[in-house]
Design a protein around this ligand. Structure first.
Ligand code: FAD
Length: 266
């Protein structure tokens, strides 16, 4: 079993800095952390690895990220917690990617791994970009089924995963045959702490850093130039609100409210 966990480096602060020229997020690595949803995804992968180990089956967990060179630090932390190896896609050619170009780069990274991925685990969403598109897009790119918003892992029997996912109508139990992509909710699990032995061992694990050319990525499909969607302008909305107290009986309040709305619409 080979599980690939997609890990995105996100700012640890809500004060996201934007590049005014390209309208893309400034990623200087400072205070970057593992996207909290991906930390959950890693724990779910490690849990499957534990179950495989108990059954005497081999299982390898690879952490994959597209990001700046400093992201290597975060991948190494994932290895200290139990992942086996890491692949970092890092190249100026990847910069400014929208979700489609990000998916393409990640799918090229997966395609170039020495072992095919049986399961790809993504967070349900990244706390900065927030689109929740990468997991389903990746399933499309790999042509495998996708289960989104996984709340709980029930177990694995052979090559079938039993999962609980959230839907608008409630919870649903799903069985999916591997290979597949799943996206996980933040509260589905709590990432384990690294052990001292894990931290020391992780220091010696080489993390592969690959460029767009290394993974045979088509330059027309990567980065800002390969992104069909582009941010025209980004800004922090101004908060301008004033409270008006509407008094009287219900009919008077309704009439006053209508007047206020009509006035606002003029
Ligand atoms: P999501 O789909 O929310 O992430 C889901 C999961 O995918 C993550 O939990 C993680 O497991 C995986 N994942 C995501 N990114 C990576 C990565 N780099 N490496 C490894 N795993 C990853 N995109 C558009 O398509 N159009 C836009 O107009 C657009 N505008 C944006 C505006 C702002 C201000 C920002 C911050 C981002 C915008 N993005 C836009 C998204 C942006 O380009 C993304 O950061 C990137 O494409 C991933 O999308 P996401 O963050 O929404 O990921």
């Amino acid at each position: 079993m080979h599980i690939v966990v997609c890990v995105k480096a996100v700012p640890s602060t809500t004060e996201v800095k934007m590049d005014p020229k390209t309208n893309t997020i400034v990623r200087d690595g400072r205070q970057a952390v593992v996207n909290p949803f991906d930390a959950t995804g890693l724990e779910i992968a490690l849990h499957i690895k534990d179950e495989c180990a108990a059954a005497g089956d081999p299982c390898r967990v690879t952490v994959l990220s597209m990001g700046i060179p400093d992201t290597e630090r975060l991948l190494r932390d994932c290895i200290a917690r139990g992942a086996d190896d890491g692949l970092l896609l890092s190249d100026r050619a990847f910069a400014g990617a929208d979700t489609l170009a990000t998916t393409y780069a990640l799918s090229r990274g997966i395609a170039c791994m020495d072992e095919p991925a049986d399961l790809v685990v993504c967070g349900k969403m990244a706390v900065d970009g927030d689109t929740a598109q990468i997991g389903p897009e990746l399933a499309g790119a790999l042509d495998v089924p996708c289960v989104v918003d996984v709340q709980r892992l029930h177990g694995i029997v052979g090559s079938t995963l039993a999962l609980e996912r959230a839907t608008d109508a409630g919870r649903e139990l799903v069985e999916v045959d591997l290979p597949a992509v799943i996206t996980v909710a933040k509260d589905a699990a709590q990432l384990r702490m690294p052990s001292i032995a894990g931290v020391l061992a992780a220091e010696g694990v080489p993390i592969a850093v690959k460029t767009a050319a290394d993974v045979d990525a088509d330059p027309a499909r990567t980065g800002l130039s390969g992104s069909p969607t582009q941010v025209v302008r980004s800004f922090v909305p101004e908060r301008a609100s004033e409270a008006v107290c509407v008094t009287g009986d219900a009919a008077e309040q309704a009439a006053a409210l209508v007047e206020l709305i009509e006035e606002a619409c003029r």
